[in-house]
Design a binder for this molecule. Sequence first.
Ligand code: GTP
Ligand code: MG
Length: 208
Amino acid sequence: MTENVSLPERLEATFLTSSPDLKRCPPIEGAEVAFAGRSNAGKSSVLNQLTGNRRTAKVSKTPGRTQLLNFFDVRTGGRLVDLPGYGYAKAGKEAQKSWQSAVNHYLSYRDALTGIVLVMDIRHPNQSFDQEMLNWAEASELPIHVLLNKADKLSFGAQKQAVAKIQNLYKTHPTATFQGFSAARGQGKPELMGKLLDWLATPIDLEI
Ligand SMILES: Nc1nc2c(ncn2[C@@H]2O[C@H](COP(=O)(O)OP(=O)(O)OP(=O)(O)O)[C@@H](O)[C@H]2O)c(=O)[nH]1
Ligand SMILES: [Mg+2]
């Protein structure tokens, strides 16, 4: 058994570029892992916790901060992609539509995608967007790892209960895994790190 001790403390990743749509994404160079979730669930914060740098991805108290697909190069290979959050009501309808379609296209057609990290707020998990994403991952046979983030907002017992509940709901899902996480505290980091390193090391067929 490999122990967590062999995992790095943090993932060295640097911002590469932002893209408003699939067409303008950078050329594929290796595996990509996307961070998806409702606006304000903490996608950007999770990324920053992973890199150990609060400025890697922009975090905001105002939902809807991430409006482009943001690509980060991981030093050891592969990329992380911070996706715009779903359900940011204050954005204009047109703006919302355009970035949701960018996300949908990216998820459906980006050949480099080897896994999705779906970030939820542990206090409000499994909203309709989350259900759609889990169903889509099942249909596409794509690995999906769910973070019940903001675990620091609940007692340890309540955290365990929330994880068990959603695990049970999706017990027949072939590719979904679940864990509690706190981007604020770094809780759950080794488990997430193990998953990411695995997905980032997935070979990608660069032939068209
Ligand atoms: N207590 C607590 N707050 C968190 C945690 N993760 C994120 N937050 C807070 O939640 C808010 C939203 O975080 P972001 O990382 O910007 O969320 P996002 O999912 O990237 O949001 P969009 O870019 O709008 O899609 C910020 O105020 C964060 O500080 C956590 O683990 N615990
Ligand atoms: Mg964000």
